[in-house]
Design a protein around this ligand. Structure first.
Ligand SMILES: Cc1cc2nc3c(=O)[nH]c(=O)nc-3n(C[C@H](O)[C@H](O)[C@H](O)COP(=O)(O)OP(=O)(O)OC[C@H]3O[C@@H](n4cnc5c(N)ncnc54)[C@H](O)[C@@H]3O)c2cc1C
Length: 435
């Protein structure tokens, strides 16, 4: 079997790898110095598109349309860009063994890759109901969504089950985006989740009340406070219904499960320090092992603004952490100083004609402001989170670019609240616009 050697290797070919590659090119990486090794069959792309326009019946997104770095308004790196820059893009190649001591990676078919500097960018994998032994969870037409192959299977099922019924298991942003996409395809959709409201990790009850009512208005049936405990199948092994813990049985031609992810760190277990489920790094994404960096979903890094270690599973961080690691690598080689990562958490989602942005930390008390009536024609509303008398987080639905910039600034500056929380709520966006 072959052995290939590179100065730099990125394992994983997702969002972080793509943004890292662009930064390597900017920093003047030389031909044949960098390799990206990816399990996927395609060059790095903007993963968030998979639960949005990729599933739309009209205005559908397809590659090469959404290769990185279009998601942040940057240049689109087509597959040919990599060889043009002398970067080896090694696709359809899963690394199954990593030995950090000997700086060696082994692929599923036994190829050996040697590196001097490694960037771990393996992202996350979805949590599967089969992991918990849920009865019938291996039935046909039960889908998960992480990679483009998963999205292609879902697209085929949507076509095959025209006007059919779908159950979406999970009430996070993936569940919300998928329910909307299925509904736009004229599928009858029920969403099932155990929590008292959707997106409980971020949404307050007040925010969630809008989205739940809006979804109901769009024809999505919401079933809360219970979980899927089994799936019925027909003679072909296809799912036909979802059994709920509360005894109800919901018919389904398609089931999509979005119950969370896990960082893919297994290859490096026992070889590198871990923290909070991820690979521990410093503010330059250096791990505990010399010459090994970790970026994107797998990194647990110092979030300077809050003075704590965190792992962030959002696309903005995957892009910025990748760029930071590459800058740090070149800074180290050239002796140019690089500032420590100083990240402001940012997360967004889009579904139907809705679009929200969130900046900062959803800690402490919260206030809801604006017009959050589900029947409102503008549905412009938001929330501030207040901790120790300061606004530390801000959420806005249907904001203009300027308004989104204003809430971003609020979360970064953390202004003190003068007056009562009711007064803050009454000021609403005007508070952010003044900062
Ligand atoms: C459907 C979907 C929608 C999303 N929407 C949003 C959104 O709206 N907003 C937002 O902020 N975030 C969103 N996210 C999250 C965001 O996409 C991730 O945080 C981001 O992709 C993480 O980047 P990454 O490079 O760390 O991992 P990934 O982009 O997941 O890339 C990891 C890559 O590594 C490869 N890999 C893994 N293991 C191996 C191995 N052993 N050998 C070789 N290759 C390997 C994988 O195949 C993959 O190509 C979404 C995620 C998904 C799945």
């Amino acid at each position: 079997m072959t052995e290939k050697s590179f100065k730099y290797v990125i394992v994983g070919g997702g969002v972080a790898a793509g943004y890292a590659a662009r930064e390597f090119a900017k920093q003047g990486v030389k031909p044949r110095e960098l390799a990206i090794i990816s399990k996927e069959a395609v060059a790095p792309y903007e993963r968030p598109a998979l639960s949005k326009a990729y599933l739309f019946p009209e205005g559908t997104a397809r590659l090469p349309g959404f290769h990185v770095c279009v998601g942040s308004g940057g240049e689109r790196l087509l597959p040919e860009w990599y060889p043009e820059k002398g970067i080896s893009l090694i696709l359809n190649t899963e690394i199954v063994k990593a030995d950090l001591a000997s700086k060696t990676l082994i692929s599923a078919i036994g190829e050996t890759f040697k590196y001097q500097i490694l960037i771990i960018a393996t992202g996350s994998s979805v949590i599967r109901l089969t992991d918990f032994g849920v009865q019938g969870a291996d039935a046909k037409n039960i889908f998960y969504l992480r990679e483009i192959d998963d999205a292609d299977k879902l697209v085929e099922a949507i076509k095959a089950k025209k006007n059919g019924k779908a159950v979406v298991v999970g009430g996070g942003y993936i569940g919300l985006e998928l329910s909307a996409a299925l509904r736009i395809n004229d599928i009858e959709v029920s969403m099932v989740y155990p929590e008292p409201w959707c997106m409980p990790r971020l949404f307050t009850a007040g925010l969630a009340a809008f989205y739940e009512a809006y979804y109901e208005k769009k024809g999505v049936k919401i079933i809360k406070g219970t979980v899927a405990v089994g799936f019925g199948t027909n003679d072909n092994g296809e799912v036909i219904d979802v059994k709920l813990k509360d005894g109800r049985i919901i018919e389904a031609d398609i089931v999509v499960v979005g119950v969370g992810g896990r960082p893919l760190t297994g290859l490096f277990k026992g070889q590198v320090e871990e923290e909070k489920g991820g690979i521990k790094t410093d503010g330059f994404f250096r791990t505990s092992v010399p010459d090994v960096y970790a970026v994107g979903d797998v990194a647990t890094f110092p979030l300077k603004l809050y003075n704590e270690l965190r792992r962030v599973e959002h696309v903005d961080h995957s892009r910025k952490s990748a760029e930071q690691a590459v800058k740090a690598i070149f800074g180290g080689e050239n002796g140019t100083p690089v500032d420590e990562y100083d990240y402001l958490p940012f997360f967004y989602s889009r579904s139907f004609d809705l679009s929200w942005q969130f900046y900062g930390d959803n800690a402490g008390e919260s206030v809801l402001f604006g017009d959050s009536q589900p029947t409102s024609p503008t549905h412009k509303f938001g929330s501030y989170w207040i901790k120790d008398g300061k606004v530390v987080g801000a959420f806005l639905e249907s904001g203009s670019p300027q308004e989104n910039k204003a809430i971003e600034k609020v979360a970064r500056v953390q202004p003190a609240v003068v007056g009562s929380l009711d007064e803050l709520a009454a000021l609403g966006l005007a508070f952010a616009s003044k900062i």
